[in-house]
Design a protein around this ligand. Structure first.
Ligand SMILES: [Zn+2]
Length: 124
């Protein structure tokens, strides 16, 4: 049971930068964990981004065991998972970050695969 999400401060800053630079499009990626802390993002290739949806499920990467979560941005400032997001979360498991416009550190929310919110701990 995941009680909170630990993420490296540097990675969080980078994710917010990515969200801003992709705006008004979405960006999406997978998160790599090391010793219980998310440390790295694997960014989905361009072409899988759309104004309305992100096709994680169409993105066939050889994912290794260190990939324990996903991240994507919501350019519309709604910081909640869409129905499609929830469907994907339930398939993938792990934890899922959503970054919503205007992409400040308080515009980051984390969700379990059940769709419940989970606390984020930023690790310096
Ligand atoms: Zn979404």
């Amino acid at each position: 049971m995941v009680e909170k999400v630990r993420i490296r401060e540097e990675l969080l800053k980078y994710l917010l930068e990515l969200a801003r630079s992709f705006y008004p499009n979405e960006f999406a990626g997978f998160l790599r964990e090391k010793d219980g802390i998310f440390e790295e993002v694997l960014i989905a290739p361009a072409g899988h981004f759309g104004r309305t949806s992100v096709f994680f499920n169409a993105w066939m990467l050889p994912l290794d065991e260190s990939v324990r979560g996903t991240v994507h941005s919501h350019p519309d400032s709604v910081c909640l998972p869409s129905r499609q997001d929830l469907w994907f979360f339930s398939k993938f498991g792990g934890v899922h970050l959503i970054l919503c416009y205007p992409f400040t550190p308080s515009d980051v929310k984390a969700f379990l695969s059940s769709g419940e919110t989970v606390e984020i701990e930023i690790v310096p």
